[in-house]
Design a protein around this ligand. Structure first.
Ligand SMILES: [Zn+2]
Length: 274
């Protein structure tokens, strides 16, 4: 899949009425509407991240080491990729940090704007192995690298009122997502929309970029589709994994990931760090 084919899949979001606010997402070059300053969002995220570290029970053992190890590889590979491509590194202002939260019930992970990452111990059963964990982390990191929260916050400034109306009209779908996660930090996370679903284009872009980042970092991205299949299997039970609540899945998604896998392996092999 080349960039053009990716764009034809996700479509092109247009933001013609405020041309100065137009930017493009890295690699996919999907057009984005971004008017909220990234620095502002990053500093808010960092503050909330600190509060979460105080509130939640953190794990500090070899599992966290593995998360940091995967993350460090991705940080370096992402920066190196943009350096070698002669493009601006979208992570230049990131202050990467990783925590593992002790909560077996929550099968989720997220990456806040600016590279503040959390993995819940519950998702480790689904990721099963290093490549699986790299797939989930790559996806979450991709949301941050592609500045999806900046996009959402920017739209929020324009569409704030109508979003609230939509939420009420749709039976509070966004609030339901928050409720099903059962987290006491959910209020904090909601402030940034971390636990709310990204839109379909952003999800697809995070799948695509996440696989690229994992591949550049030397992980086996053939595991990615297996994660989604394991999620799907779990979803047949009573309570779907949170990762699926916030990352609505579909067979179409699994199909796309399958289609992308070989081309990404070929076009984005493990990158040598100079
Ligand atoms: Zn996602």
């Amino acid at each position: 899949m080349n960039r053009r084919k990716f764009l034809s899949y996700v479509g092109c979001s247009c933001c013609g009425f405020l041309m100065n606010s137009c930017a493009t997402a890295p690699i996919t070059e999907r057009r984005q509407f971004k008017i909220v300053p990234e620095a502002k969002l990053n500093s808010q995220a960092a503050q909330i991240y600190e509060k979460i570290k105080e509130k939640e029970k953190l794990i500090n053992d070899s599992r966290l080491d593995e998360i940091k190890n995967i993350g460090n590889k991705m940080e370096n590979s992402i920066s190196e990729y943009f350096l070698q491509s002669n493009k601006n590194d979208p992570t230049i202002n990131f202050d990467w940090e990783y925590i593992l939260i002790d909560n077996k019930k929550i099968k989720n992970a997220w990456c806040m704007p600016g590279g503040k990452i959390a993995v819940y111990s519950g998702i480790l059963k689904i990721t099963e192995n290093t490549n699986g964990l790299a797939a989930v982390m790559g996806h979450e990191i991709a949301h941050a690298v592609a500045k999806h929260s900046v996009e959402r916050a920017s739209r929020g400034m324009v569409l704030n009122v109508s979003t609230q109306v939509i939420d009420i009209l749709s039976g509070g779908k966004l609030s339901t997502v928050n409720r099903t996660t059962g987290m006491d930090t959910v209020g904090l996370l909601s402030q940034l929309g971390i636990m709310n679903p990204f839109n379909r284009k952003q999800e697809s872009e995070a799948d695509y970029l996440g696989m690229i980042f994992a591949s550049l970092s030397g992980f086996d991205i053939r595991e990615t589709v297996k994660i989604w299949e394991r999620m799907k299997k779990l979803n047949k039970g009573k309570a779907p994994p949170e990762f699926m609540s916030t990352h609505p899945s579909a067979d179409n998604r699994i199909k796309k990931i399958n289609e992308w896998t070989n081309e990404i392996i070929l076009n984005y092999p493990p990158i040598n760090i100079s």
